[in-house]
Design a protein around this ligand. Sequence first.
Ligand SMILES: Cc1ncc(COP(=O)(O)O)c(C=O)c1O
Length: 384
Amino acid sequence: VTLPHDDLGDAWRSARPAAVGHHLDTAACSRQSLRVLDAVAAHARHEAEIGGYVAEAAAAPLLRQGRAALAGLLGAAADDLAFVESATAALPLLLASLPLPLGAVVAAVPGEWGPNLAAFADRGLTVRPLPVDGVGRVDLALLPHALAADPPALVHLTPVASHRGVLQDTAAVAAACRGAGVPLVLDVAQALGHVDCDHGADAAYGTSRKWLAGPRGVGFLVVRPALAARLVPVSPALTPARWPAMGDLPPAQRLESREAHVAGRVGLCLAVGEHLAAGPDRVHSRLGALGRAARQILQGAGGWRIADPLDEPVAIVTLTPPDGVDVVAARARLLTSAAVVTTVTGPERAPGEMTGPVLRVSPHVDATLADFEALAAALAGLPA
Ligand SMILES: Cc1ncc(COP(=O)(O)O)c(C=O)c1O
């Protein structure tokens, strides 16, 4: 097995504090660079020196640039992007701002992220399953008919799932939605910084701390103009109002939280800059190769089985345990006895698709084959 762009892995690693052990947990939370950590700390310090709102005004040019760069990764413009706290905060905000009648239909794959399904239910929407193949990918042959026969109010798609290393053909789904005149909303929490996300979707939302390697507590919501024009004002309880200037803001930015972790937004802007400097195509191709390499090395280790298609070009790798092995205890043991950081992904993450917990392994570009070999050895050494 060989990996592309070792220089990228080396640069990414040397830009960060040294990891303790093997950090294979990007899908939960990545490792920030020293520059990002310093920028966040410097902004917080600046707030204490000159005042929070004065410091925010001073950071405006950087935030404007970061807003444009982040929106650009999603094929949108700076005006289309609102900074929010998380992906989880973004979806209810978007749904509350769309003039959908109760019972309106959202089409989504059966393996949709559980908390998103809860947000649809909370808003009184009905979820209809999109046709999928055996691994949960949208069936592109059946999709146009499914959309035309009884068009949903919107299609919601998570291009890279949290619970299984499966990549959707988002470009093809976007084309089918455009053909049917149905708006498309993307959850790019696991996709942005990992795979190409510039597909002209009407809205997209995600989070800073995963594949973009920005700070925790920051997220984003992009609504392109055609859909933004339909947004209705939501209760000030949901968007701390930007009272005086509200009317001057572009519609999508009216969704932005006014009081916020601005230092975190500064950090996200820097992290996006670092991602662009690294070259998104290079990052995507190394992450895809790392996912494939991890599956080759980990398949069968200690009796654990890969649950994803082996060649899937994403760096989310999931393993099902041997009979009788508790995944929570195994994950804890990997951490304490081998210093390997992973996640247990339980069925609540994708209640329509999962039947039991899996162990999720998600390297960033600094990972090496030696990290996967160490994990394979640790899996083989777990108590039966
Ligand atoms: C697919 C998906 N959507 C949404 C989220 C939620 O993101 P956040 O924790 O930033 O709200 C996650 C986080 O794991 C995720 O994997």
